[in-house]
Write a new protein. Structure first.
Length: 83
């Protein structure tokens, strides 16, 4: 897979994880992981990238803590302003 494709998939995972986080008002529960992966698989299908779902799922699980930290850091100023 090309580096640009990996970057797109990583960004789509981040966007979906962040979207769910904002929608729920807190970190998505682990039972929501499949929703994130399936939404990203739809993006992948539209972009005509061939990658098995299990690879995307495994990649998401490996990157989840990084995504969590990135979103927490990003949302922290917003929460401080609201208080």
């Amino acid at each position: 897979m090309k580096q640009s494709q990996k970057e797109k998939i990583s960004e789509w995972l981040y966007q979906e994880y962040r979207r769910l986080w904002i929608e729920k008002g807190h970190e998505p529960h682990k039972r929501d992981n499949w929703k994130i992966v399936m939404a990203v698989m739809e993006h992948i299908a539209v972009a005509e990238i061939w990658i098995p779902e299990y690879e995307v799922r495994d990649y998401f699980y490996r990157r989840k803590s990084h995504l969590r930290k990135r979103i927490e850091k990003e949302l922290q100023p917003e929460e401080a302003i609201e208080e």
